[in-house]
Design a protein around this ligand. Structure first.
Ligand code: ADP
Ligand code: MG
Length: 386
């Protein structure tokens, strides 16, 4: 195993010897399609060139040990039986949640061997790039191989999602995990969240001289989880009132009727979801035809819809988008659940650094915390490295 592999080095340090293998799963950024996943709708994320790596070896007994290079964490030790009883907390809930979810999905946790797992990740935590899905999916692909479960990628994404839902207790959709397993170099993952049907859409940003810049506003709102839940509940209530299984089933042409039947706030929530689904479909068409400008315009529209109709933006995110627009970026929008986190901008690669600096200056002028910017490149999805 490569001496430059921090996960393997941590494995040797904590557990001794060589792991059975090394697996990788990336974080993701969502190009467009926000809050549509739990409405059975469409999303268009891509797997990024930052990933969690896990070095894993099976054991002869039922002990499970994990360690991470993250914040100098201690080694955590438990047993498969405790995990099967859902006894886990802290960051270990992500890998242990995956083990538990394998059990829920049919793997007999009484019959498999324990393991030692060391993880190292360069996905920034809490920046809206899904460091959590990276850990989950790296663990999932590793155990799928070592335990010879034979789950396909959609099944692994479902296992990761269950881990996230159980570990964090957040009723999130399947986008993050699906992006992490279905990603491909230079492509986005067009995902139908109802059927889990996936189509990889070639992006060609680099060939067109474009870069995707992520700006982490460092804003973390205390009510982010509550705000997310509130929007989710509003969507579920609206679907019920409109007599459809999910808002995915409301067409653009149904909106005037929906406006008559819903209170004004709920109607605006619905309008965001319905128009956002339409924007994802139009984005896929635009990207397939290399109409980058048309896709960029949809990014700006998506941001306006989240700011005005879904009301999940914050002034810092709006500032990033304003600055990007004023500097002529092809497109820009907030990305992720909202109430803070990151915004993305698509722009000529040689203008990315200047935009990052302009955003820092605009934030300083407005008295906001200093943001962090970095480029991300669409990269391959989860798999075995060695
Ligand atoms: P994100 O948007 O980055 O996914 P989350 O709050 O969903 O943010 O997940 C972040 C959590 O995932 C961290 O608080 C930690 O528990 C876990 N995590 C992420 N990366 C690592 C890592 N390298 N090692 C251990 N735990 C990690
Ligand atoms: Mg997460």
């Amino acid at each position: 195993m490569s001496g430059h592999e921090p996960a393997a080095a941590l494995f040797a340090d904590r557990f001794g010897g060589e792991p059975d293998g090394l697996w990788r799963a990336p974080g993701r950024v969502n190009l467009i399609g926000e809050h549509t996943d739990y409405n059975d709708g469409f999303v268009l994320p891509f797997a990024i060139d930052r990933a969690a790596h896990v070095a894993v070896a099976l054991r002869e007994d039922r002990t499970v040990r994990i360690a991470s290079t993250f914040e100098g964490g201690d080694t955590i030790e438990t047993t498969l039986d405790d995990i099967a009883d859902r006894r886990f907390s802290g960051w270990s809930a992500y890998p242990f949640g995956v083990v538990w979810a394998f059990g829920e999905a049919g793997t007999d946790l009484a019959a498999v061997r324990g393991f030692d797992l060391a993880v190292d990740s360069d996905v920034p935590v809490g920046a809206g790039l899904s460091s959590s899905a990276a850990i989950e999916m790296a663990t999932a692909v590793a155990l799928n191989d070592l335990w010879e479960v034979g789950a396909d990628r959609a099944a692994l994404a479902r296992i990761g999602r269950r881990a996230e839902n159980v570990a964090v207790g957040a009723p999130t959709g399947i986008m993050d995990q699906a992006a992490s397993v279905f990603g491909e170099a230079d492509a986005a993952v067009f995902l139908d969240c109802r059927t889990i049907e996936v189509e990889q859409v070639p992006l060609g940003f680099a060939a067109a001289g474009l870069a995707l810049l992520v700006v982490d506003t460092k804003v973390e709102h205390a009510h982010a989880t509550g705000g997310y839940r509130d929007r989710r509940e509003a969507c579920e209530r609206a679907a019920k009132e409109l007599g459809v299984p999910a808002l995915r089933d409301v067409a653009l042409t149904d909106l005037p009727d929906a406006e008559q039947r819903l209170d004004p706030v709920t109607f605006r929530r619905v309008r965001h979801i319905v128009t956002e689904d339409a924007r994802v479909l139009r984005s896929v068409e635009a990207l397939k035809e290399h109409h980058t400008a048309a896709f960029g315009a949809l990014m700006y529209e998506s941001h306006a819809s989240m700011r005005d109709d879904f009301e999940i933006s914050v002034p810092e995110l709006d500032t990033v988008v304003e600055v990007a627009r004023s500097r002529g970026a092809v497109g820009a929008r907030m990305t992720g659940g909202g109430f803070g986190g990151s915004a993305i901008a698509l722009l000529p690669a040689d203008e990315a650094d200047a935009l990052a600096e302009a955003v820092v200056a605009a934030f300083a002028e407005r008295g906001y915390r200093e943001p962090a910017s970095f480029r991300v490149v669409p990269a391959a999805g989860a798999g075995r490295l060695a």
